[in-house]
Design a protein around this ligand. Structure first.
Ligand SMILES: C[S@@+](CC[C@H](N)C(=O)[O-])C[C@H]1O[C@@H](n2cnc3c(N)ncnc32)[C@H](O)[C@@H]1O
Length: 232
């Protein structure tokens, strides 16, 4: 991993109470982001739909979603799905609840951070997330939790924006905007090599597609989508 990528330690960690894994809601930026993702919901879905359809098109009856925000992925779930949503940002909750009710999704909202998911080991068949690992404080801890809660053969389907290849103009732009971007989007980084992190946490098999969006939100145009599986 390049030295200028975000620091994503893959070293074994002890569970210390000082780990900076608690999401801290912001009284202004939380509601701003809820409004932002609501206003752009249809536009973002048009951009991401081909990838999301293949990732989220045939999910089981119970799904865990990490960081669902205002519910961008609920449109991919069948009515009657039990959705265990791990979303610590209170600014997202009302819209998420309303949307789940409209879509006839049985929503179980967990307000913990995804770094410490309050679900038992090997208890679910499917975990999904989109545009999440860019924002969490500790992607390695989140992915270790995904690995822990998935049953043997269970799948994690993800879609993320990532650092562009070193030396490209896009990579330089991602570096240049890092501070205002992170401030505005509640910790979001465009500089993470998330494919490397996903591949390093111990899934039995990982399939990743790399692609480039054409959107005005240029720093997030380098993306990955894929599935990581636990051993059967
Ligand atoms: C960029 S938004 C994406 C929302 C939604 N997944 C989408 O695709 O529109 C990131 C989401 O992750 C949530 N989030 C941030 N840190 C988190 C954490 N540590 N654990 C779980 N969710 C978190 C935020 O509250 C927000 O809803």
């Amino acid at each position: 991993m390049n030295a200028r990528h975000d620091v994503l330690s893959l070293e074994p960690r002890e569970s210390a109470p000082t780990l900076p894994d608690q999401f801290r809601p912001h009284p202004l930026r939380g509601p701003f982001n809820a409004l932002f993702f609501t206003a752009l919901d249809r536009y973002l879905d048009r951009l991401l739909r081909p990838h999301k359809q293949s990732l989220f098109g045939s999910l089981p009856a119970t799904v865990v979603e990490l960081g669902p925000g205002v519910g961008a992925n609920l449109r991919y779930l069948r009515a009657g799905t039990r959705l265990i949503a791990v979303e610590p940002n209170p600014a997202m909750h009302d819209r998420l609840r309303a949307r789940a009710a409209r879509a006839h999704i049985d929503l179980e909202l967990h307000t913990t951070s995804a770094e410490r998911i309050d679900l038992p080991d090997e208890s679910v068949d499917a975990v999904i997330s989109s545009l999440l690992l860019c924002t969490v404080t500790d992607p390695v801890a989140v992915l270790s939790e995904v690995h822990r809660i998935l049953r043997p053969g269970g799948q994690y389907a993800f879609l993320e924006h990532v650092a562009a290849p070193d030396g490209t103009a896009l990579r330089r732009l991602q570096r240049a905007v890092r501070r205002p971007w992170s401030w505005t989007f509640e910790g979001c980084s465009c500089e993470r090599d998330l494919q490397a992190v996903i591949e390093a946490v111990g899934f039995a098999e990982t399939t990743v597609e790399t692609y480039r969006l054409r959107s005005p939100f240029v720093p997030v145009n380098s993306q990955i989508a894929g599935v990581a599986r636990n051993r059967n």
